[in-house]
Design a protein around this ligand. Sequence first.
Ligand SMILES: Nc1ncnc2c1ncn2[C@@H]1O[C@H](COP(=O)(O)OP(=O)(O)OP(=O)(O)O)[C@@H](O)[C@H]1O
Ligand SMILES: [Mg+2]
Length: 400
Amino acid sequence: MAPASPEHLRTFPLAPPHRPRAQPTANGRNGGATCGAVVTYRHAIRAGWKYSVFPFPYALGKMAPGRWVMMFFALSLSVRLTAALEPFTTSAVLIGAASTAYYYFSCRFQECCTKAWVPLDVKGLETSLKEQLFGQHIALDVIPKAIEGFLSNKDAKKPLTLSLHGWTGTGKSFVSRIIAESLYKNGMDSKYVHKFVTSYHFPNVQHTSKYIQQLQDWIRGNVSLCKRSLFIFDEMDKMNPELIDSIKPFLEYYNHLDGVVYRKAMFIFLSNAGGEKINDIVLDFWQRGMKREDIQQKNLENSLSLEVYNNKNSGFWHTHLIDKYLIDYFIPFLPLEYKHVVLCAKAELYTRHLEDVDQVAIKVAEEMVYFPKDQRVFSVKGCKTVAAKVNYWTAADSKL
Ligand SMILES: Nc1ncnc2c1ncn2[C@@H]1O[C@H](COP(=O)(O)OP(=O)(O)OP(=O)(O)O)[C@@H](O)[C@H]1O
Ligand SMILES: [Mg+2]
């Protein structure tokens, strides 16, 4: 494995290289792109001026009447002021007005850390989860409330930290994507959403100290750019505990660190750690004839945090994130049953506008492997591979 180079930092998040991003400098300050730089073709298209040759008439045309009046007053005032003041002040006033106007216009077309680009739509999040997430009543209940509570608190004492645990294919990455799409207009493509995958970004344990430096610089630089940044860490169970602990200062109850405020940022950790424990508890409920929906967050939260804290292979082994109570919510993802796999298959078929939805969904669910072997209750791969099986069956059907 090639050692991590300074270039590694530039390619850190999964983002196209041309996208303007915060580039932390050696002194830790954000020396990178700021809102309102270059208006690119891509942004122009997204903003809707594909039919406009010159962008400003279009933008002005869309301005509310109130803004027109304000702009007129501001202009006439600055003309009168410039006449009254000496040249130095005049230049300062004009430069200030020009840069404000530039910021206003560029943020119409290019992603900025403003409400238009970071709408933080919690109601939309709740609706999307209700419609798209199957069999995860705890996540459905806890996640929107946790995020809404955090975002509505103007004086949050620390960043929000959610730790999502569960067996493979139960919807952890899926939910993190829905969260990003609801909170940021550009979803996972937003320059304020940063996803790290351990096996991709931190593959070599020997380079841990370098990764720590790069990761801390990255978080510092990007939170300086936008306080409402979202950091998603996937495969936490594979991450070196030392590297996990290096995130601790950012999650603490600090007003600011070196002048940077982290209290409005959000951190989501995804992990398979504790998945077996969750499965055992859910299986026990099932064997005792109890309803899945009766399993509460409190039935699982304590045993889950203890399990991941004491498990040497969990990534969270004896981490200060847990023993300093810096994780706000441990959210268990339950193993999915046959009926949930059918729903996943149907959802996949609906998005492709295919017919015979019920028939194909049942074929797909029948093909999956379930555990325990004799009772076939929970899907071994959750809803993972459902999309591939839908491909197979729809292709097979179309050939008939
Ligand atoms: N509970 C669920 N409800 C609806 N769809 C789901 C659910 N779980 C999984 N899926 C579907 O299966 C796909 C794979 O799931 P996802 O990648 O979220 O699993 P995961 O929990 O992140 O697994 P892993 O631990 O292996 O990363 C999703 O993109 C989604 O289409
Ligand atoms: Mg995943």
